[in-house]
Design a protein around this ligand. Structure first.
Ligand code: FE2
Length: 292
């Protein structure tokens, strides 16, 4: 691991003068997440949709929720942010970035990934990377780097530490999010109440986590909204008329370096994962690189 904090910001353009307020931007999505955290009933519907908190609030004992509640929480897709120079492909598959002896305040970040129609998205690849407690990125190895997939309910949990500060930036966590077969969203998550939020021109209040102190650590929550349909996928009973041939198959464990063929192309695996329908090699450049 590099022991020195970067001497230059990983993203240029920081400086004073922004009029952004560090703690604005509480959205209805955030309120929904808060309702979840408070134990409000947010049932997953048979349709795969999630009932919004306000839908529950509208209901009365003699007026049950409609079977398919209208879902329009008014949230724009999660904005993108620059990747910066410290991303490394092939991060380990893991949800816990903390190892014994790791310095820093323990932090858990959890939330959901939604499509723009409010449907939670399972199988979304989330690749996190961040600075250590001293503000340094590990460019030699994979400390504080890890990818995971949202579960069947579209939920994720990351165990890490509060990242350290380094020159030119406010406190942040980098992440790439990609739903199966969809483009990659590269963005960053921010912490409320940080003095540098008002001077880091990359800071976006729409990317603020909710963070609370719990014991000696902190718990953060954030829900992603990807600019994808999120609707039901292709009917599994209606396979393509010309299935692409190749050695790739769903349900297999692939390791970095593995090679497969698919649809006439050859692909090399970049990250260990278990394959699934929707993650065919041409659709997921984060997992497969085409070689021919
Ligand atoms: Fe960074």
């Amino acid at each position: 691991m590099t022991s020195d904090a970067p001497t230059t910001p990983d993203e240029p353009g920081t400086g004073a003068g922004t009029d952004r307020d560090g703690d604005r931007g509480i959205s209805r999505k955030t309120l929904l997440r808060a309702a979840v955290a408070a134990g409000a009933a947010v049932p997953l519907l048979a349709t795969g949709g999630i009932a919004l908190a306000r839908d529950a609030a509208r209901s009365t004992p003699d007026r049950s929720l409609p079977p398919t509640p209208f879902c329009d929480d008014g949230d724009d897709p999660t904005p993108d942010q620059m990747e910066g120079p410290y991303f490394k492909p092939n991060s380990p598959l893991r949800t816990d970035l903390v190892t014994p002896g790791t310095a820093g305040t323990r932090l858990t970040v959890s939330g959901y990934v939604f499509g723009r129609n409010c449907v939670p998205l399972p199988g979304v690849l989330l690749d996190f990377w961040q600075a250590d407690n001293a503000g340094a990125y590990d460019m030699a190895g994979y400390t504080f780097r890890g990818h995971q997939f949202t579960d069947a309910a579209g939920a994720f949990t990351l165990r890490t530490i509060v990242p350290g500060l380094y020159p030119g930036r406010t406190r942040h966590i980098h992440v790439k999010a990609q739903a199966p077969g969809e483009p990659v969203l590269t963005t960053q998550l921010y912490f409320p109440g940080e003095p540098r939020n008002s001077t880091d021109t990359l800071f976006d209040p729409a990317l603020l986590m909710n963070v609370r102190a719990v014991g000696g650590g902190k718990e953060g929550t954030f829900d992603f909204v990807l600019n994808v349909d999120g609707g039901p996928g292709p009917d599994p009973t209606d396979p393509p008329t010309e299935p692409p041939g190749g050695t790739w198959a769903a349900g297999r464990s692939y390791s970095a370096g593995d090679r497969v063929t698919y649809g006439g192309g050859t692909y090399r695996c970049l990250q260990a994962h278990t394959s699934m329908t929707g993650w065919e090699p041409p659709h997921v450049p984060a997992l497969w690189r085409q070689e021919s």
